[in-house]
Design a protein around this ligand. Structure first.
Ligand code: AHR
Length: 315
């Protein structure tokens, strides 16, 4: 097992053999199709590179993630990947990893700890994603009045915070657009359906709702079901815009039941492992944030073709 020594700002890697590495991965859970794909791709990437991956599913609980990281430290792994369920509460365990000289790479979500407690973070610009969703809606609605309902992600998670802020930035100054209801659906399909049902009930059956903004596609798909069961047409009576670009949302878009999604690549492990390999080889320090691309897809972007292209990718 390779051991890396940290001496002040200088990092000395004792061996450059990346292929025998053991990497611990503390995954949040399997709340969404996107997360399932991230797990699949991480396993594939580790296998292709000859690493041993110690995988831990935290079932959405931070305390399980903290216990997993402590177990990885006890095993003296060569690196730790952490997809943090919430943004706060990581200082102590990240400090422990640092003292054990084990590099930690954050995947897809951010923490509010000092960035000297981890090697790098791989992820998208989460505020930008929310802004792109909001800008699409502003353009699509034009001058019409639009009452918006919002399904937020897991409370306290960085995507829930940032995607909410980015969307609000985009609609700010457009007095015809108003968020009238906002609640967490915990990034799950069942949560999205259940909360959308309560929104529809509270909004007189939904006739006055012009748009749904969901912080991920899975919640949007659950909400689409609720909208249909309420006798309305998702994608027409109620616009649906969300984030992730999973295959199922493209199927919904092809059927005219969803309008737009912002892509989040599930391949966070590729850039993470590239950064780790450079670090293991000669102590090369990566940028503190390795940003992945985000792009908007609408019904004009061949959703049926996008579904076909993605359906076997592990979502
Ligand atoms: O952190 C990324 C988010 O977490 C994805 O958008 C969502 O689907 C997942 O659960």
């Amino acid at each position: 097992m390779m051991k890396t020594l940290l001496t002040g700002a200088a990092l000395l890697a004792l061996t450059a053999t990346a292929s025998a590495q053991t990497v611990g991965f503390s995954q949040i859970g399997s709340e969404s199709g996107w997360r399932a794909a991230e797990t699949t791709l991480t396993r594939q990437q580790a296998e292709e590179r000859g690493y041993t991956l110690q995988f831990s599913d935290a079932q959405q609980r931070q305390e399980n993630q903290i216990a997993a990281i402590r177990s990885f430290i006890a095993q003296d792994v060569d690196a730790i990947l952490l997809a943090p369920v919430v943004a706060t509460g990581w200082d102590s365990v990240l400090q422990e990893a640092k003292e054990a000289e084990i590099p930690v790479v954050l995947l897809d979500r951010q923490v509010d700890s000092s960035d000297d407690l981890y090697l790098t973070a791989v992820g998208s610009d989460l505020v930008h994603e929310g802004r792109v969703a909001g800008e699409w809606l502003v353009g699509d609605v034009g001058d019409a009045d639009c009452r918006i309902v919002e399904l937020q992600g897991t409370t306290g998670s960085s995507p829930a915070i940032d995607r909410a802020n980015g969307f609000r930035e985009a609609i700010e100054g457009h007095a015809n657009l108003e968020i009238v209801r906002s609640q967490t659906g915990d990034f799950t399909r069942s949560g999205g359906k259940q909360v959308m049902e309560s929104f529809l009930q509270a909004e007189g059956g939904g006739a006055e709702i012009c748009a749904l903004y969901a912080h991920n596609d899975d919640m949007a798909i659950g909400a689409i079901q609720a909208i249909k069961e309420a006798g309305l047409r998702p994608g027409e009576d109620i616009r649906v815009v969300s984030i992730d670009a999973v295959p199922d949302i493209f199927q919904a878009m092809a059927a005219g039941e969803a309008n737009a999604t912002v892509e989040l690549t599930p391949n966070m492990a590729g850039p993470a492992f590239d950064a780790l390999e450079a670090f293991w080889a000669d102590g090369t320090m990566p940028e503190k944030f390795i940003q992945t691309d985000s792009r908007l897809y609408t019904q004009a972007d061949d959703p049926a073709g996008e579904y076909e292209a993605r359906k076997d990718l592990g979502y």
